[in-house]
Design a binder for this molecule. Sequence first.
Ligand SMILES: O=C(O)C1=C[C@@H](OP(=O)(O)O)[C@@H](O)[C@H](O)C1
Ligand SMILES: C=C(OP(=O)(O)O)C(=O)O
Length: 432
Amino acid sequence: MQYLVQPGGALRGRLRVPGDKSISHRAVILGALAEGVTEVSGLLEGADVLATIAAFRAMGVQIDGPDDGKLRIQGVGLHGLRAPAKPLDCGNSGTAMRLLAGVLAGQDFPSTLVGDESLHRRPMGRVIDPLQAMGARIASKEGKAPLQIEGTRLHGIDYTLPMASAQVKSAILLAGLYAAGQTCVREPALTRDHSERMLRGFGYEVSQEPLRACLQGGGRLAGQCIDVPADISSATFFLLGATIAPGSDLLLENVGINPTRTGVIEILTRMGARIDLTQLREVGGEAVADIRVRSSQLHGIDIPPRLVPLAIDEFPAIFIAAACAEGQTRVREAEELRVKESDRIAVMAAGLRNLGVLVEETADGARIDGGQIRGGTVDSHGDHRIAMSFAMAALRAEEAIQILDCENVATSFPTFPVLARQAGLDLAQVVS
Ligand SMILES: O=C(O)C1=C[C@@H](OP(=O)(O)O)[C@@H](O)[C@H](O)C1
Ligand SMILES: C=C(OP(=O)(O)O)C(=O)O
């Protein structure tokens, strides 16, 4: 499926983007492993989260829904999962595969994790290594999926992550629930802390200091009610669109603004964006706000590397912002972008060049010179965030932008075309 987006227009009105993907995955996982019922509202009904739900159903957990963002999970307790009859299919989702690997390492049954072509290219050694150090038995082909997990008794470790990754941190903490003794994870830079917060919400003690989280194995999780805020990573496409399209004024409601996720707001604001947070509140241990964004002229900046992990999924959109800015924007220490659903540095650079933007790719980032966006065809390489970012680029393009391979938008934001049209983007879906 392709998108054909006509040039120009502005984004106006108010809208609520779907639930946070990271929090939705964790609500399903902890709800399944808890004792008692967990009720979730605001859940993201995207393919990634549906894969996590299907995996727990295949292990005997009764899950009703999702229905209009509501999910009811009958938790089976930490030791209540049953052996799945077939490999568990994580689809396109790195989060599902890595977090499930942590859970499955400590079960008393074997399991296999598989996914789509993109997921089978992504590095899994980063979870296999620390889990093996905890006693796990995991077979893979050169650190890539499929992962065959034996299920064994685990012991705690004190592990320093070689890269800033919330998925690896979370996999180790989840395995730590099953491990004898204490499990600690240290991270080289701050990453999203939804696992730590939600574990505490389920009554599990987690000691958290800056860049370090520890827990003791052998406790229990108690079922909860979880209200998932809107996903700042999905809101980002609208922050981008409203900023670059003259005459825009948009209110994004109920967006999660956990400080480990707001790097995009800081980066766009440094570039000159007009973004205001209102109605700040806390919902279920997570900070939430309404976000107003109005159009403004951006200027290029050197993005501080400490902001990279705090905006890691927002770089496709930030590349488009840079293309619309005056002067040069520099992205560095962002090599993690090369191991996402696609190589996001290479795919964004190629797409921008097709639209006439000057981009110099570096090993760990890019230098992007702002200027005119011509219009033309770009290939998203099946990467949802790249497809949505180029859709918004049309607001500033001279001619239409055709975007190839857009099916995977459904992994994180199935209602994107509808909400984008409502806000003012002239987007058509073309079945190829
Ligand atoms: O923990 C999570 O939910 C996520 C962590 C990040 O991945 P890494 O841990 O690989 O940086 C992010 O890119 C992904 O979309 C979701
Ligand atoms: C990287 C992403 O997700 P995942 O790693 O879960 O596939 C993303 O959603 O941008």
